[in-house]
Write a protein that binds this ligand. Structure first.
Ligand code: NAD
Length: 495
C-alpha cells in the first residue's frame, strides 16, 4: 500500500507516529493509500524547519521572491493535467471540476507574483518639520494553514502563495482525506527554487491541528473547513495569542425573481448545485423562487437532471463524481430520507438513480416545498441535493436569507438592475452574485463570508491576505540638519 509522507526541509519525511488514516479512491470505494498522521514531535520538526528558514527567507529580495513565484506559476501551468489527476483520484471530482479548481488556485500564484508592488507601504514627508513618517509591512514568521478536503489544491494556494511571498515560512496541514496533491505542489515549489524549510507539509488529524494551535513559534493560522471546527480553531488559536482567520461552512441561496431568464437560472442552479457533487462551500444549496418563477424554474431544473451524468472522475464524459467517503454519502442521503417526514417533497431522489455499483456515489437530487426549521434547510448538506423554497415577495426572500445562520455566498437572478442593486444592499452575506451563481471573488479581491461562515475579521487571499500575513511597522524619522554636521558637507543653512 502506498504511503503518504510529510514534507519537511524540502524533502519527503515518512511519519513515525504509528498513527495512520486510509485514503480511498471514492470512485471505487477501495483504499488506495495510507497517510501517516503526525505526532506532536513531527509537527515540532516541521515548525523547527520553518523557523530556521524564516531567518534567511525574510531577508530575500522582493525580486527573488517574485521570480520564484513566477517560476512556480510556470511549473504549475506545465503540470496542470497531473495536478488535476492527483486531485481527481483522491477527491473524486471530474476532470473539468479539478481543472476549474486549479485555475482558481493559479490566480493566487499570479497575484503573489506582484509582491514587490503589494508590499509597498506609505510615506508622509514632513509630518512635522524635518520629520518623516512611513510604514513597512514585515512578515509574521512561521504561519500555518489547515485545509479541507473539497479543494485540496486551490485552498492551500489561497494561503501559501501570499504567505510565502510576504516573507513568511509556511506549515500546511492538509485534509487527511486527499493529501497527495500538496506533496506534488511542494515538489514544484522546490523546483522553482524555494529554499529548504520555507514550505512544509505535515499530514495529520486533530493531534497535528492542536499542536499547531498551541505551538509558540507559529504566529498565525489560516483555516478553511466546517463551522464547528472553524469556531474551535478561532477560539483556541486566538486564546493562544495567534492571529487567526477561520472560514466555515455555508448554505448558499439563489433567489430567482419572476422576471429572470429562466433557462439561464436553471442552467446556473444545476451547475452550481451539482458541480463537484455539491461539495463546494459556494455551491448553491437552496433556490428561492419568488412568485410565479416557481413552477417554470422547477420544471426547467427537473428537465435538466437526467442529463447530469454521474460516474468516475476518470471518464471526462461524466458531469458529477462520487462523494468523498461512504459515511458522507450516507449522511447526505439521510436528508433525502428525512425530508418527506418534515413536509418536503422529494422530486428527484438521487438514491434511486442509475449509479455505478462501486464507490461513494449519489445521484443529483431535488427537494421542493422546503421550509425554515426543516433539517434539510437549517444544516449544511454538502452534497448533490438542491432544495427549492417558494416565497411570494422579494422581501420574504431577503428575510429568509438574512435569518439563516450562514452567510457565505448568495445570488439573485433577475433582468432588473434596480432589484439587483437593492439585493446587494439588503443582503447579509459576504459574497453576492448578480446572475452569477458562484460569486467566488477573483484573486485581486478577497474571499470571505459573514455570520457563521467566517470567524475573525480577516477575509482570505487578495489584499486581505497580504494584510493578514504581514504586520505593519511605522517609523517616525528625523535626521540632524546636514548643515550642522561637524564635517563640512557643503550644505547651505537651509532650515
Ligand atoms: P472539516 O472541518 O472536517 O476539516 C477541515 C480541516 O480540519 C481538516 O484539515 C481536518 O483534518 C481538520 N479537522 C477536522 N476535525 C477536526 C477536529 N475535531 N479538530 C481539529 N481539526 C480538525 O471540513 P471538511 O469536511 O474537510 O471540508 C468541508 C467543509 O469545509 C464544509 O463545511 C465546507 O463548507 C467548508 N469549506 C468552507 C470554505 C470557505 O471558504 N468558507 C471553503 C471550502 C470548504
Amino acid at each position: 500500500m502506498r504511503t503518504i509522507d510529510h514534507w519537511i526541509d524540502n524533502d519527503l519525511v515518512p511519519s513515525t507516529s504509528g498513527n495512520t488514516a486510509p485514503v480511498f479512491n471514492p470512485a471505487t470505494g477501495e483504499q488506495q493509500a495510507v497517510v501517516g498522521l503526525a505526532s506532536v514531535a513531527e509537527v515540532d520538526a516541521a515548525v523547527a524547519s520553518a523557523k530556521a528558514a524564516a531567518v534567511e527567507w525574510r531577508k530575500s529580495s522582493l525580486s527573488k521572491r517574485a521570480a520564484i513565484m513566477f517560476k512556480f506559476h510556470q511549473l504549475v501551468e506545465e503540470n496542470r493535467d497531473k495536478i488535476a489527476e492527483l486531485v481527481s483520484i483522491e477527491h473524486g471530482k471530474v476532470p473539468s471540476d479539478a481543472a476549474g479548481e486549479l485555475a482558481r488556485g493559479i490566480e493566487n500564484i499570479e497575484f503573489a507574483c506582484g509582491i514587490p508592488q503589494l508590499l509597498k507601504g506609505g510615506y508622509s514627508e514632513q509630518a512635522a518639520t524635518g520629520i518623516d513618517v512611513y510604514n513597512i509591512k514585515q512578515p509574521l514568521g512561521v504561519v500555518a494553514g489547515i485545509t479541507p478536503f473539497n479543494f485540496p489544491a486551490m485552498v492551500p494556494m489561497w494561503m501559501f502563495a501570499n504567505a510565502i511571498a510576504c516573507g513568511n515560512t509556511f506549515v500546511l496541514k492538509p485534509s487527511e482525506k486527499d493529501p497527495s496533491v500538496t506533496l506534488f505542489l511542494a515538489e514544484l515549489l522546490k523546483q522553482a527554487g524555494l529554499p529548504d524549510g520555507v514550505f512544509n507539509v505535515v499530514q495529520g488529524d486533530k493531534v497535528a491541528v492542536d499542536r499547531i494551535l498551541e505551538h509558540p513559534d507559529i504566529s498565525a493560522v489560516s483555516f478553511v473547513g466546517s463551522t464547528p471546527i472553524a469556531k474551535y480553531i478561532y477560539s483556541t488559536g486566538t486564546a493562544n495569542g495567534k492571529r487567526v482567520q477561520a472560514l466555515g461552512g455555508a448554505k448558499n441561496h439563489m433567489v430567482v425573481l419572476p422576471d429572470a431568464d429562466i433557462d439561464m437560472a436553471a442552467d446556473a442552479a444545476v451547475s452550481a448545485g451539482y458541480g463537484s457533487a455539491g461539495e463546494r462551500c459556494m455551491a448553491i444549496s437552496v433556490v428561492v423562487t419568488v412568485g410565479d418563477a416557481h413552477d417554470r424554474l422547477v420544471e426547467a431544473i427537473r428537465d435538466r437532471l437526467p442529463q447530469v451524468k454521474v460516474g468516475p472522475g476518470t471518464d471526462p464524459a461524466n458531469d458529477m463524481g462520487p462523494l468523498i467517503t461512504a459515511e458522507h454519502r450516507d449522511k447526505v442521503a439521510s436528508y433525502l430520507e428525512g425530508a418527506p417526514g418534515e413536509g418536503a417533497t422529494v422530486l428527484v431522489d438521487g438514491r434511486t438513480a442509475d449509479l455505478p455499483e462501486q464507490g461513494f456515489f449519489l445521484g443529483a437530487s431535488l427537494i421542493d416545498d422546503v421550509k425554515p426549521g426543516m433539517r434539510c434547510y437549517e444544516e449544511e448538506i454538502f452534497g448533490p441535493v438542491l432544495s427549492v423554497m417558494r416565497v411570494d415577495t422579494y422581501e420574504e426572500a431577503v428575510d429568509l436569507i438574512n435569518r439563516h445562520q450562514y452567510g457565505n455566498g448568495t445570488a439573485i437572478f433577475t433582468r432588473d438592475g434596480g432589484a439587483a442593486r437593492q439585493f446587494q444592499f439588503d443582503i447579509q452575506v459576504g459574497m453576492v452574485g448578480i446572475n452569477v451563481p458562484i460569486p467566488v471573488p477573483v484573486a485581486y479581491y478577497s474571499f470571505g463570508g459573514w455570520k457563521n461562515s467566517l470567524f475573525g475579521d480577516s477575509n482570505m487571499y487578495g489584499p486581505a491576505g497580504i494584510e493578514f500575513y504581514t504586520r505593519t511597522k511605522t517609523v517616525t524619522s528625523r535626521w540632524p540638519d546636514p548643515s550642522t554636521s561637524s564635517v563640512d558637507l557643503g550644505f547651505p543653512q537651509t532650515r
